[in-house]
Design a protein. Sequence first.
Length: 276
Amino acid sequence: MTDVVGKRTLITGAASGIGKLLAQRLADAGARLVLWDIDSAGLAQLETEFAAAGYEIDTYTCDLTSRETIAAVAARTLADGGPIDILINNAGIVSGKNLLDISEEEIERTFQVNTLALFWTVKAFLPSMLDNDSGHIVTIASAAGLAGTAKLTDYCSSKFAAVGFDESLRLELKTLESNVVTTVVCPFYINTGMFDGVKTRFSWLLPIMKPDAVVKRILRAIRKDRRRLIMPWFIYTSWPIRLLPVSWFDALMAFFGVSHSMDDFRGKSEKVGEDG
């Protein structure tokens, strides 16, 4: 079990969306917050809001597309307040375009934020966790990391990589006989603005998820040391249906509306920190 009270907890992409909600709930639960985001104005607003509520937080502006910047900000974070107990890699971006319409720069940026930043943050903060034989690393991935979707080639690929990163890291920590815990979170689309315009055919099976409900389940998973959180439950069927012939799998994805879920997408491509 992970007790968040008094734990120094770092959240990336914390200035908006799921990251901001996680910060609010963790502050209420007694965590010591360290918040990273590229949006310095958003972080300043957070400081004002949290101060008014009686909470002290540490904020750092960080561009997750830059390995050098991540290393520098991580060094400052450690020097200012000591080891990180809980690392929540939440930041994410989406382009929402067909492959031939995505620029090379957009593809690179998607992987820098959604995938490579996981490596650089964990490499920065895992050593102290191993030294203390304690810690929790949370990867906010996506249901798009379990099944591909049209107009999400870059995003799905980056999230498949995030799921694989968590799985490999979890097994690596087991071979080291470490008590550091990992949790991967794979939600369906979340109603935060990042995926504005997406649609679902059967909302009772695949609902557009409410942010508050998602955050509550993430916090429960952290506290209970759950290794994997997938929501809603119907997403679990993505594994057994992969045993079917590819043509059947594709037909089912079309039937449930997944293949066309992004047809009316109008979300913000540069929004960071509202994964789903």
